[in-house]
Structure formats: C-alpha cells, structure tokens
Design a binder for this molecule. Structure first.
Ligand code: MG
Length: 374
C-alpha cells in the first residue's frame, strides 16, 4: 500500500471571534492510499500554519513540507515515517507547530492501519483495559458565584464524574478566585471531583504557592497551570511547597519536553494533547516515561470528535487511562462533523469499535464549513 495524497481541510465557522473558544475552527488532515483506504487526523493548532507546513515545497534536505515526505510511502510504517518527518523538518520543526502537523498525520496513519488490519486502533496499541472512559466536564470559569452554581448543577444532572473550571475569571482578584472555587465546591458537594485551571494567571511562583494554600479547604483533584509550562524551576518550587497535585503541559510537544516537566518540574499530572504532542506514536512514548516517573496522564482535549476518538483509543489501551476531558460546546464542528457522533452516557465516553479510529467525516459539514483563503 502506498500513500497517494495528503490533504489539509481548513474548517471554520462564519462568525469566528478571537475571544471565542477553540472549537470555532479546525484543521483536519486526510491521507489517501492506492488501496482506497483513507485516514483522518487533526491538529488543534493554527490551521493555516499547519497547512503551510504540510504543503510547502522543499527548500533543502532538512526543510521539506510533510506532504512531499509521505507521497509514495507505505502508511503502515508509522514509526519510521514519524522519524522521517521529524528529521526532515528539523530546522523549522522539532517542537510546537511542526510537531502539531506531524500529530495530525500520525493520527491519520493509525486510522489507516486500523482500517487495513480491520481492527480498532486500541487493538494495535496493545489491547483494551476499558470500553468506556470516565469524563470530566471542562468549562470556562464564569464571573459570578450564581453562574458557577448553575453550571455545576447542570453537570451533576448530565452524569459527569467531575468538573473543571478554568481560565475566564481566574487570576484577576485573589479573593474572588477563592470565593468562586468555594461556590463550585458548595454546589457539587462531594458528589463530583473538582479541578481548576488557572490558565497561567497566578503569574509568580510565590503568589501561586500562596493561592494553592488558600485552596486547600476545597479538596481539589488538581490545580492546573498556575504558571507557564516552560517555568520548570517554578514547578519544582511548587512541588516542594504545595500539598495539592499540580497538572500542566497541554502546550508541550514531544517526549523531551514532557520529560523535563516530570523529572525536573515534578508535576503530578501531565496533560498531553494527542493532536499537538506528536500524535498517538509520541503519546505512547510519553506514557512510558510517565510510568517511569509515576506521573498520571489525563490528556487535554478541546476540539472535534477526531481528537476525542484518538484520545479514547489511547486511553482504552493505557493501564491507568481512566479519566478524560470532554467538552461539548455548541459548535457544529464539535457536534456535527462526524457521521456518527461520539457516544456519551452516564458520565462515560464510549470507545468507538469500528476499524481505525472508528469515526467518519460528514462530508456535508466539511463542505459547508470548508474555508478558502482568497
Ligand atoms: Mg488547561
């Protein structure tokens, strides 16, 4: 089998606003083969940059667009192709968007492999520990205690196992941070786990240490990104001074960056996003390192059903992959992009069982939201 094409689909809602959430646009990669098997993947990144990285013509031997590296290759040789892409994009790639683009391609290759062998991707990853993954709801922190309580009650009704309030109102006033979290805990009682995502708004390590201590009465499952993920020394200081579990890393790419965050930064939970970190291939390597460091993985996920499906297969095959972020925004790119949506029942997300990722694009939605740059 040979790869015959690598297409980049840029989907975008007509009324996109930069203050809105990340589900307003998406970049999907579709890889075709000479045997008629087609795979899909996604990068949660900046769509036109991803498009450029994949489609750009070669300028010299270590600066080649990813599409040119893949045409004519055997799509089943996934690890070799990962190394080929990494090596030949080494000057413009290695981290960040270069690896985001590789992630989308890698996911599409796993989809092709599953379809070729007639099995769901989790079987290729070693087999399934579970067929449903417990999900926590993830939502922006609103401005008032009333709104916090209303949202929290809705999540209890929908059956989620936990809730995370993040970004939004956090970090502007320390008294308000405490009162909003107190309202969340009051509203959910001890029925659900509660975690908060500071979105790097606590700024200094000293302030973050002080605020973590003030959050102790609310029994948080974790405190996420109080400071930027590159501040490895800051995370190490937090680990020495704070009793709660600290989570971080949704922005990072490759095992090299996660190793530093775990080894030097001593975080308790890493949050790789499969559509950014290097795809399923790299996420497996990161998981091996995480096991060596006794660090938990709770993947980040805030985009289409392709990301959700890739995360589900990874978690199904991970020994302790028993929690995922699950966002249901009103965006049609989240709700309608797949012919058969990802199933959510009683707080659990169901792992697709068809070959490959087990999801198919709804071509009408692709056509409707396909965006062309003039
Ligand atoms: Mg986050």
């Amino acid at each position: 089998m040979k790869i015959t094409d690598v297409e980049v689909l840029y989907l975008r809602l007509p009324n996109l606003t930069i203050k809105g959430d990340g589900s307003q646009d998406a970049v999907i990669v579709r890889i075709s083969t000479d045997e008629g098997i087609v795979g899909i993947g996604e990068a949660d990144s900046s769509p036109l940059i991803i498009k450029a990285i994949i489609e750009t013509p070669p300028s010299h031997s270590a600066s080649i667009g990813l599409r040119d590296l893949l045409i004519g290759e055997d799509p089943l040789e996934i690890e070799r192709l990962w190394e080929k892409m990494y090596r030949q994009s080494i000057y413009y790639g290695r981290r960040s968007v270069g690896v985001h683009a590789m992630s989308a391609i890698d996911i599409a290759l796993w989809d092709i492999a599953g379809k070729y062998y007639g099995v769901p991707v989790y079987k290729l990853l070693g087999g399934s520990y579970r067929d449903k993954i417990p999900a926590y709801a993830s939502v922006l922190m609103p401005d008032t205690e009333y709104e916090v309580e209303k949202l929290a009650c809705g999540f209890i009704e929908q059956g989620y196992t936990g809730v995370k309030f993040g970004w939004g109102a956090f970090g502007k006033d320390e008294y308000k941070d405490v009162s909003l979290v107190a309202a969340a805990r009051r509203a959910i009682g001890d029925k659900l786990s509660l975690q908060i995502d500071i979105g790097m708004e606590w700024k200094t390590v000293s302030h973050a240490i002080k605020m973590c201590k003030r959050m102790e009465p609310f029994h948080l499952n974790w405190i996420e990104e109080p400071i930027p993920p590159d501040d490895i020394e800051g995370y190490a200081r937090l680990a020495r001074h704070v009793s709660q579990t600290i989570a971080s890393g949704e922005e990072l790419t490759t095992r090299f960056e996660y190793w530093d965050l775990m080894d030097k930064g001593q975080v308790g939970i890493i949050q790789p996003d499969v559509t950014r970190c290097g795809g399923i291939t790299e996420l497996k390597r990161i998981a091996t390192l995480a096991e060596l460091k006794s660090t938990r993985i709770v993947p980040h996920g805030f985009s289409t059903g392709i990301l959700v499906a890739a995360s589900l297969h990874f978690l199904a095959a991970l020994k302790d992959g028993d929690l995922m972020e699950f966002c249901r925004t009103g965006s049609p790119l989240n709700t309608d992009l797949l012919i058969k949506p990802i199933e959510f029942e009683h707080g659990m997300v169901v792992v697709p069982q068809s070959p490959g990722l087990g999801v198919e694009l709804n071509e009408e939605i692709v056509k409707k939201y396909g965006y062309r740059v003039s």
